[in-house]
Design a protein around this ligand. Sequence first.
Ligand code: HEM
Length: 493
Amino acid sequence: MSFVASPLWNYIPLVLLYFVLKKVFEVFLKRRRLQAAFKDFPGPKPEFFGGNTHQITGDYAGLLRMADYAHEYPGAFPAWTGPAEAQLISVHPGTAKVVLSGTDPKDEFSYALMRPWIGDGLLLSKGKKWDRNRRLMTPAFHADILKNYVIVFSRSTKVLIDKWRKSAGSEEVFHHISLLTLDSMMQCLFGYHSNCQNEKTRHPYIQGVYDVSELIVKRIIKPLHHYDFIYYNFTENGKKFKQACHAIHEHSEKIIKKRKQLLKSEAKGARNVDFLDILLTAKDNDGDGMTDQEIRDEVDTFMFEGHDSTASTISWCLYNLAKHQACQDRCREEILKVVGKTKILSWDDLTKLEYMYACIQESMRLFPAVPNISRCLERDLDLPDGRVIPKDMRITVSLFAVQRDPEVWDNPNEFDPDRFTNGSKISSVYHLPFSIGPRNCIGQHFALTQVKVVICELLRHFKLDLDPERKAEPECILILRSKNGLYLKIKPV
Ligand code: HEM
């Protein structure tokens, strides 16, 4: 009997049809469930297959559109990414406040793609593990420890100043600042001197972080690539992603190994305690420390969160000061009055640079380094306007849109640092570049100290202008970057 003629084969089309119909039915049910959940939440009209992906984009036009939707669809609106995939986007301070006041886990759909890179560190972990590790790590960011870092930030900035003195002209600022923040990050948190600012080719770690950030965004917008099997086995990007993660992990492991050896050999109190010491020696109430895997996850998480978001914040602040020359001049006048031209910068000086700080705050309002953050609700959520977001809903808070809310800010798209001067107290519900609530940024004081030191040191030495031939175009690739680089003209003063 021929195998092909076997009666079993006759059933194959039926079996296939069964699975196709089952899938279609599941999609139909899920779509109905989502539509019911969104009944009180009007939003922009989606296409059947593409949903709202043509409207909710990561480029500047897309980010601004999100802010505009805040008027049309107050509070929150649905955004579809397929026939049965959707989430709510929160664009209002009141909604953002209730969402961020809980400890709901991160939305796996948006963040899971980062897992192979930063593992289950503080950013992505949840529940008891997150709670324990957040407590273990908080002492690493105490003011007494941060004060010691001012000199490190100044020294790293000095390396950049020397580089720019030799080449003063038009520079792609984002790249230089990323190297600077990575350099000081590695020193402050891990006591590791990499010389990465002066290496001729791009540091493999920086290259790795750039690559994975871009590859994740490319992956997000291609639904088929969400399947690991397809992504890693059949796409070039999947292979590149694996290689980049490997390079990053290798680097982190090298740093951890070096420190473990040092801790064994050195006398207690021989140097200032840093973040890696805390990770390696921290014990919970049961006397348990972190596993090697946990330590590497935290190292990767802090390396990523610590250098990339700070680099974005500093770069956009320099951009805004280059665009608004009067503000730049006023900052420089203040710096020269408080610190002078050559004095070594101190922790106390930083608190006196009020106008410069106002410019930083205003820049973070208009160009938040982390434009969007997402959660998956573990509970039904009551909104201030009486509507309820059901449990299990994915929700993205657009910090970008919230910080441009026209009901809170006059001329919300204008750069006006005076919003933050003369002791004006602005609620953290309206200005939240570090997020709010229990899962806010653990490194915010560290970051702000570094941003202040770098801006202050650079303005003491250089005048910044926009490069009219190379316009910056903001784009959200996990963090806020510029699509075509961020070029500024640098002249010594
Ligand atoms: C100006 C620079 C920075 C900005 C704008 C920023 C912003 C943020 C935001 C918005 C979040 C919330 C993310 C979410 O909910 O998904 C966050 C979380 C976090 N940030 Fe930062 N960050 C900065 C610098 C830093 C630095 C320097 C570090 C470490 C040294 C750091 C470590 C973290 C960690 C570990 C989390 C997760 C906290 C948790 O879930 O408990 N960040 N950051």
